[in-house]
Design a binder for this molecule. Structure first.
Ligand SMILES: Nc1ncnc2c1ncn2[C@@H]1O[C@H](COP(=O)(O)OP(=O)(O)OP(=O)(O)O)[C@@H](O)[C@H]1O
Length: 265
């Protein structure tokens, strides 16, 4: 390749770097010297066998599960080197949407969104309300949901409200664990589109654990697959489709995969 052209290629900035990560419970090893980069601005889809350790990896990056060895760097900082104060400052720069949505059932949507803001910032009620309404609009909900309780919302609306809460502090990275699970295909497609729009307009980096082949085809820039505690393949959907690992072949070429590929032309 022409050296001049090569030097002009954009350097990819790894916003999350996982190196040699080992995590286990008792005598059960879940992650076995796992390495992974997530690049700034991308939507990375993370797939793998059920019970393989996708949530464990997410929770380890977030510091919710202890690791046995290895390092996790986020925003260029080794998480082990941070003081408690530095650590909480860093945590404010990411948002998390867990599988169950997990809104507080006794709080309205507005109060749910304001919860992380109240915990970390001292803002007037007027400003808190303005922020909550902006986030509600951002996730495609009407402002009349603001005063509703989670029990008054549909499954798709709960996901959107939970997403609005995870965006409350304007994070740079969004962690999503099975965001479309429980949604019908149209609802799931709309949610994927929303994630893509938010990623583009807010410049987010998205780490998304998913089983949803539609999401992998339509919104993920890159995919990483977990097998036997390690990343066994990573790349574009085309790379994954060409992979020879038996699980990947089954996953990307099985009956369900064929139906999805046909629908994506
Ligand atoms: N706190 C824990 N204590 C003991 N074992 C755990 C704990 N958390 C997870 N595990 C085990 O770790 C393994 C990986 O679980 P994990 O939830 O990460 O899988 P997953 O890949 O996200 O699966 P799924 O796709 O089904 O959600 C499972 O065998 C699970 O039982």
């Amino acid at each position: 390749m022409d050296a001049r052209v090569e030097s002009q290629a954009p350097v990819k900035d790894a916003i999350i770097k996982v190196r040699d990560l080992v995590v286990g419970f008792g005598d059960k090893l879940i992650l076995n010297h796992l390495n992974l980069n997530v690049y700034r601005g991308e939507i990375l889809g993370f797939v793998g066998t059920s019970g393989g350790g996708k949530s464990v990896l997410t929770r380890t990056i977030l510091g919710l599960v202890p690791k046995r060895s290895g390092t996790v760097e986020v925003f260029g900082e080794n998480l082990d080197d941070l003081s408690e104060k530095e650590r909480s400052a860093l945590e404010r720069r990411w948002g998390v949407l867990f599988q169950q949505g997990a809104l507080f059932s006794s709080l309205t949507v507005r109060q749910n969104i304001q919860f992380p803001l109240r915990e970390t910032l001292h803002l007037s009620q007027r400003l808190l309300d303005e922020i909550a309404y902006t986030k509600i609009e951002m996730v495609g909900l009407k402002c009349d949901v603001a005063e509703k309780l989670p029990s008054e919302l549909s499954g798709g609306m709960i996901k959107r409200a939970a997403l609005a809460r995870s965006l409350a502090l304007d994070p740079e990275i969004l962690f999503l664990d099975e965001p479309t699970s429980g949604l019908d295909p149209i609802g799931a497609g709309d949610f994927d589109e929303l994630i893509r729009t938010l990623q583009q307009t807010l410049g987010l980096t998205v780490f998304m654990v998913t089983h949803d082949l539609d999401s992998l085809h339509t919104v993920c820039d890159r995919i990483a697959a977990l097998g036997d505690g390690k990343v066994i393949a990573e790349g574009t959907i085309e790379t994954m489709m060409a992979a020879t690992h038996p699980w990947l072949k089954q996953y990307f070429h099985g009956t369900r995969a064929r139906a999805v590929q046909q629908s994506h032309g």
